[in-house]
Design a protein around this ligand. Structure first.
Ligand SMILES: *Cc1c(COP(=O)(O)O)cnc(C)c1O
Length: 404
């Protein structure tokens, strides 16, 4: 091994520790759920994206068992070289109908769907216009593209600032294509992109729109069909990305759009061309998850009842939830060290709620990110609320913001 490299790694890690940015994952020792066993301890889990409790829903688990018996465990090849099984095709048909689009193409994850799609739909004659709070996987997809996209060159607008977006659209009319990209639900703040205005501006200035609905999938719109359904914008968003890893409880990402877009990505989406297809059990479990979402309103109702209760209870107790409108409920702290201290104290109280610090969010905007779900009981959330209050009392004035 190269000694210089090892010592460079050691130095980098030490710097992260000094800056309170160093992460150590905890280990889940039970299935995903509202109350879990983690690092040997029973805790209420407020950091899971398993919004609807589908990750171990009995019907989804049963479908997975059946699919393993029928199909085995691996697809054996990339999608276009014989790795596409009938069950993968069925999932895409089901998703297209769920999304009210002509076609859907599934990738192995949402991250991969961004990284594969964005570079495929633009060239060096194009520009990508981004919200400053877009998810890391959008940013990486944008960086892989040949288009102009840099903040320093004026192609990134302040978070949800529609005047700034219009100004950029006015200034970029000489490009061949213009692609506006935004999260539907912002993953660290839990607010919703102003899609009706974005779509109107795109239509006015002849630009394309791509929306990353990872945190809206299963959460917003009819049966959880996403932001386009939530705002009634069917047919007006060129590229919709959804995840199958969060509310749908399994793994995967997809692109919903026109049949032509799907055809193009089959031929030019590099992860589709060069990475192996999902195990068939993944597709079968996802079809069962869609069945639940389309036929049983109860999980989504419970998700939103819990969300409203939790936000309201935190706000009444004086915590600042940063204008969140969705289950993603940040509790503002500010200082990185204080946020990590709060995470530790919550853990001692039996609550797993992760601190989110730079570089995931801006420096000095650290927070505890909480996510109530359909998997939580009222008792779980009451328990967590009392823990938050006790921890605040313990921390006193050490940097925790209180909104009053
Ligand atoms: C989680 C997330 C992704 C990645 O999705 P995976 O399916 O987990 O790879 C992409 N975009 C956003 C906005 C996300 O929150």
């Amino acid at each position: 091994m190269n000694a210089n490299f090892q010592s460079w790694l050691d130095g980098q890690i030490q710097t992260l520790k000094d800056q309170h940015l160093y992460k150590v994952p905890k280990i889940l020792e039970s299935p995903a759920g509202g109350r879990v066993k983690m690092n040997g301890k029973e805790v209420v889990n407020l950091s899971s994206n398993n919004y609807l409790g589908l990750a171990n829903h009995p019907k989804v688990v049963e479908a997975a068992h059946k699919a393993i018996d029928e199909w085995g465990v691996g697809a054996g090849a990339v999608r276009w070289i014989g790795g596409t099984m009938a069950v993968h095709e069925e999932l895409e048909r089901r998703l297209a109908s769920f999304k009210h689009t002509e076609a859907v193409l599934v990738f192995t994850g949402g991250f991969t769907a961004n990284a594969g799609t964005i570079p495929a739909v633009v060239t060096d004659k194009d520009v990508i216009i981004s919200d400053e709070l877009n998810h890391a996987s959008i940013i990486d997809g944008v960086r892989l593209s040949a288009a102009k996209y840099k903040k320093s060159e004026g192609y990134v607008y302040a978070h949800k600032d529609m005047e700034a977006l219009e100004k950029i659209l006015k200034n970029t009319q000489s490009f061949q294509k213009r692609l506006i990209i935004t999260d539907g639900v912002f993953s660290m703040d839990g607010d919703i992109a102003p899609m009706p205005t974005i779509v109107e501006l795109a239509e006015k200035y002849d630009a394309m729109v791509m929306i990353d609905d990872a945190h809206a999938s299963g959460v917003l719109g009819k049966n959880g069909a996403g932001t386009t359904s939530h705002f009634g914008l069917y047919g007006r968003v060129d590229i919709q990305l959804g995840t199958l890893s969060k509310a749908l409880g399994v793994i995967g990402g997809y692109i919903a759009g026109s049949a032509l877009l799907k055809d193009w990505l089959i031929n030019r989406g590099r992860p589709y061309l060069f990475s192996t297809a999902h195990p068939p059990v993944v597709a079968a479990a996802l079809i069962a998850a869609l069945d639940v979402m389309e036929n049983d309103p109860e999980p989504m109702k419970r998700l939103w009842d819990n969300t409203r209760w939790w936000k309201n209870a935190l706000n009444e107790a004086g915590f600042d939830t940063m204008g969140s409108e969705t289950p993603i409920t940040p509790v503002y702290v500010g200082d990185e060290g204080a946020a990590q201290e709060m995470e530790r104290l919550l853990w001692d109280e039996g609550v797993y709620a992760l601190s989110i610090v730079f570089p995931t969010v801006a420096r000095g905007k650290a927070r505890i990110r909480t996510m109530p779900s359909a998997a939580h009981s009222q008792e779980d959330l009451e328990f967590a609320l009392q823990a938050f209050k006790r921890v605040r009392d313990k921390m006193g004035a050490s940097g925790l913001a209180v909104s009053d």
